[in-house]
Design a protein around this ligand. Sequence first.
Ligand SMILES: Nc1nc2c(c(=O)[nH]1)N[C@H]1C(S)=C(S)[C@@H](COP(=O)(O)O)O[C@H]1N2
Ligand SMILES: [Mo]
Length: 201
Amino acid sequence: MATRGFFGKKREPEQSDRIPPGQHLVDYFPVLSAGPTPQIGPERWKFTLKVGPRPVKTWTWSEFNSLPMTKMVRDIHCVTTWSKLDTVWEGVLIDDILADAFIEPPTKFVLAHSFDGYSTNVPAADLLTGKAMVALKYGGQPLERDHGGPARLLVPHLYFWKSAKWVNGLQFTERDEAGFWELRGYHIYGDPWKEQRYTDD
Ligand SMILES: Nc1nc2c(c(=O)[nH]1)N[C@H]1C(S)=C(S)[C@@H](COP(=O)(O)O)O[C@H]1N2
Ligand SMILES: [Mo]
């Protein structure tokens, strides 16, 4: 006789289609940080867009909050093998940040920088056309500090280390420059569907 628990654990087929190889589902939200959580209040927060070394535009917290807000519901996948479905985010699309600075993407690559010194590289195309945002809210609430509050990058189609917490700027670069984890053995691109976990995957 089959027990209820046995069938209860069975997943909907559409749901397993959404879990990349080597990943398992979690329903809580793990915290993964390389160092301590920086405490950045609204008065100290700013966000700078750069082209190479040249700052193009800087926003204060209130200026940034007056940009168009977009809601995104996405599945996220951490290289440590957890995945979480249907996470709900609100924030400013990278497209809308560039539009506010009146620039078109000037190079093919971007380095995201954070208040804790973290960085991560993403091709510009992976940040544009509605694919990525600077998220200010998670689950309808202001983003918790441990999850990157007040603002984090969200690039949900790549492994979650690309979603820089406490983000304070984006820098367009001529070449694809490795960031914090990419310099420490993680894949330069990080597609969860191709299991691009480590440098040579
Ligand atoms: N600034 C910063 N961003 C970061 C990290 C970090 O240490 N510092 N860790 C990364 C890693 S490895 C992961 S898996 C996710 C974890 O996000 P979470 O703690 O909200 O789950 O944040 C990424 N962004
Ligand atoms: Mo991670």
